[in-house]
Design a binder for this molecule. Structure first.
Ligand SMILES: [Zn+2]
Ligand SMILES: [Zn+2]
Length: 141
């Protein structure tokens, strides 16, 4: 492909094939897509780790607010998650928050601050990353 194209993200003029992923032509180049994917994965790990630190440094007022928020959030997801997994008691279970537990312990685990904080954090971050993706990239594989 001779045609050159300017990347929407890094604004560099590149050969057309630099924009082909999965047989489609995207507005952003392959390099930007790779960079984004890496960043996304790194961020996710870092955020999980930071979540615990943050928890310890909150004021009482912040903690209460956070709990209220998490309670609302948790109620929304509780039924959905319970439905999905209720038949699997005793099996190893990798929680959405990244913790590995058994299904027997799932309900208890779901009520822990650790789980709730991790989930809230992961979701908030994914929301942010979605916005970034929407602004900068057409799509990431
Ligand atoms: Zn680019
Ligand atoms: Zn969890």
């Amino acid at each position: 492909m001779e045609h050159k194209k300017r990347c929407k993200n890094c604004c560099v003029l590149k050969d057309g094939f630099e924009f082909i992923r999965k047989d489609k032509i995207w507005g952003s180049c392959n390099r930007c897509s790779e960079t984004y994917k890496k960043k996304y994965q790194e961020n996710r790990d870092v955020m999980k780790a930071k979540c615990n630190e943050r928890n310890n440094s909150l004021t009482d007022e912040q903690k209460i607010k956070k709990q209220e928020y998490q309670q609302l959030y948790y109620e929304d997801r509780k039924k959905e998650i319970a439905e999905k997994n209720k038949e699997k008691n005793g099996m190893p279970y990798e929680c959405e928050c990244g913790c590995v537990i058994t299904f027997n312990n799932k309900n208890r685990h779901m009520k822990t601050e650790k789980h709730k904080s991790l989930m809230k954090f992961i979701d908030a971050m994914e929301e942010q990353l979605k916005k970034v993706e929407y602004l900068n990239l057409d799509e990431v594989d």
